[in-house]
Design a protein around this ligand. Structure first.
Ligand code: ADP
Ligand code: MG
Ligand code: ZN
Length: 575
């Protein structure tokens, strides 16, 4: 029976199924492979994707536990394209669905939704399509509320089921079923009806939550008899995570030093923000005698593959790349991934940094955390539904000085975590209590007053202007009213970031036809500062005011104990 005899999340039955599932010889295998390349434009599967697809196409019920960003969606989207009828997808948020629908539209996969904001006309068309033998869409996204509340939808599903047109049911963020999960949604409790009404349709539950009691709970709530659980290991014990403050002038210089000294003759990636940055930083590194080349989306395909090839065969040492460099990278011995600019989310960072050390040898992941970069990215992701929140999570990760970086990632991905597992493989664990707790209430009042004053003069200030003004470098007309600070630039920046992350400031975008500007305005908590008793503290890295980053000497060789998960399911280059 499932669950009870599980070792590392797999019981014996699962393992046998898995071995079968990994086989490339199913009647659908050719079609699946072809659609992977032609529709999704991906060169190959990530770990567990093929197994998940084969299992659900064999009619098995499945829970798929994978860190965010690893590609769970493909595991139901691809089978949907290869099946008769359509796949029903339950997702918790309309914004998540819209992101997915936009993506699917861009690759010409017919997908639709019915939700509270659909027009009558749209809903009617979707409902009609459900029982249309020609399947006008392959994926139907709905919220759990819709399943719970719309009798019409349920009766259409019933009809589609009887016609053999309901291919699969995917429950995204399946941990929402359980009260033990971090994100309980009462309407998920009612989804048991699906498996009771449509017992022959395979159900796939997807989540980044690994705890077995949550999964057991979900299994019960969804009325799934004997699901197979596939779990992708999340922690990368051989990667060392480090954040450094970025000082624009010498960031490239520091990167060059690192590459020359610490990573001599070793391959790596430097991720940058824009195509222009890729060109500029690559040229700067070349000037410092480092074999580096740029890689970004506007390059000719032949040039791109040439760079990739040269790097793979160690003819060049470093690729200076935008996020366009990712697909199809399977180099195992990447010893460093340096972020010249922070990633736009922790999910992205996990993915990008995760390209290091695939051979299980030790590798470093270093982020240069720069103030101005935050706002460059913020305006770039302005149209994405969850873009600002994701960016703030990334910024909080960088700003953090007292929690193990792995612990933060684990919490973000809702993984169980035990602090000893880091083995000092992050800067926080290695350098311990290297921070001070500062009362910044007075500073907060001063800087909030600057933004308030500007707005009373009908002016908007960018974060950089706020820094300048606060440090006494702003226009003369401000100087009369401003209390100039004696804090260092880094401290000023850190405090502004802290206030933004905690809602004392918020973002005020202004759109022109050419660009988007980021201004600071007062946040919902700014008014609290009027209260004399309100106080704000923040943790700051010690000695931060002494400008540059401290160079810590440490031995780079560690004995890494092997991950406890069975080898063949590890995130290794074998897949
Ligand atoms: P999750 O739901 O697990 O958080 P997503 O399904 O949203 O992750 O996928 C995250 C990203 O990974 C997407 O950009 C997707 O295109 C990409 N991706 C998925 N599968 C693969 C693959 N086999 N190779 C390369 N990229 C992939
Ligand atoms: Mg997802
Ligand atoms: Zn740590």
């Amino acid at each position: 029976t499932s669950g009870s005899s599980a070792v590392n999340g797999y019981n014996e039955v699962s393992v046998i199924f898995m071995l079968v599932a990994l086989s490339p010889d199913f009647s659908w295998s050719k079609e699946v492979q072809a659609k992977l390349c032609n529709v999704f434009q991906l060169s190959k599967f990530r770990p567990l994707q093929r197994a998940a697809i084969n299992l659900s196409m064999s009619g098995k019920d499945l829970f798929l536990v994978m860190p965010t960003g690893r590609g769970k969606s493909l595991c139901y989207q691809l089978p949907a394209l290869c099946s008769k009828g359509f796949t029903l997808v339950i997702a918790p948020l309309v914004s998540l669905m819209e992101d997915q629908l936009m993506y699917l539209k861009s690759i010409n996969v017919p997908a639709v939704t019915v939700n509270a904001s659909s027009t009558k006309e749209d809903s009617k068309q979707v409902l009609a399509g459900m029982t249309d033998k020609n399947s006008p869409f392959k994926l139907l996204y709905v919220t759990p509320e819709k399943i719970a509340k719309s009798k019409l939808l349920m009766s259409k599903l019933e009809k589609a089921y009887n016609m053999g047109l309901l291919a699969c049911i995917a429950v995204d963020e399946v941990h929402c079923c359980s009260q033990w999960g971090h994100d309980f949604r009462p309407d998920y409790k009612l989804l048991g009806i699906l498996k009771r009404q449509f017992p022959k349709v395979p159900l796939v539950g997807l989540t980044a939550t690994a705890t077995s009691n949550v999964l057991k709970d979900c299994q019960k709530i969804l009325c799934v008899q004997e699901p197979i659980t596939l779990t992708a290991p999340f922690n990368r014990p051989n990667l060392y995570y480090e954040i450094r403050f970025k000082h624009n002038e010498d960031c490239t210089h520091q990167i060059a030093e690192l590459i020359r000294e610490r990573y001599k003759n070793q391959s790596g990636i430097v991720y940058v923000f824009s195509q222009k940055d890729a060109e500029v930083v690559a040229t700067d590194l070349q000037k410092r005698n480092i074999l580096a080349q740029p890689y970004h989306a506007s390059m000719e395909p032949s040039d791109k593959s040439l760079v990739h090839q040269r790097w793979s065969s160690k003819k060049i040492q470093v690729v200076v790349a935008t996020v366009a460099f990712g697909m199809g990278i399977d180099k195992a011995d990447v010893r460093f991934v340096i972020h010249h600019t922070i990633s736009k989310s922790i999910e992205n960072y996990y993915q990008e940094s995760g390209r290091a050390g695939r051979d299980d040898g030790s590798a470093d992941c270093i982020v240069f955390f720069g103030f101005a970069d935050i706002f460059r990215i913020s305006t770039m992701v302005v149209m994405e539904n969850t873009g600002q929140q994701k960016l703030k999570n990334m910024v909080a990760y960088c700003q953090n000085v007292d929690r193990c970086r792995r612990a933060m990632m684990a919490i973000h991905f809702d993984e169980v975590w035990n602090d000893d597992e880091c083995n000092q493989m992050c800067d926080v664990c290695r350098h311990g209590n290297d921070y001070i707790t500062m009362d910044i209430t007075k500073h907060a009042r001063d800087v909030v007053a600057i933004v308030e004053m500007a707005s009373s003069m009908d002016e908007k200030l960018t974060p950089l202007k706020v820094c300048d003004a606060w440090m006494g470098k702003g226009p003369a007309k401000y100087r009369k009213t401003i209390k100039v600070t004696s804090l260092s630039r880094v401290e000023v920046e850190s405090i502004i970031i802290h206030l933004l992350l905690h809602g004392y400031f918020s973002e005020d975008f202004s759109f022109t036809p050419y660009t988007t500007h980021f201004y600071l305005k007062l946040g919902r908590k700014a008014a609290l500062l009027k209260n004399g008793n309100h106080s704000i503290t923040m943790k700051m890295r010690r000695g931060m005011s002494h400008a540059t980053v401290r160079v810590h000497k440490f031995s780079r060789r560690f004995h890494i104990s092997c991950a406890s998960a069975p080898g063949f399911f590890n995130d290794s280059s074998k897949f």
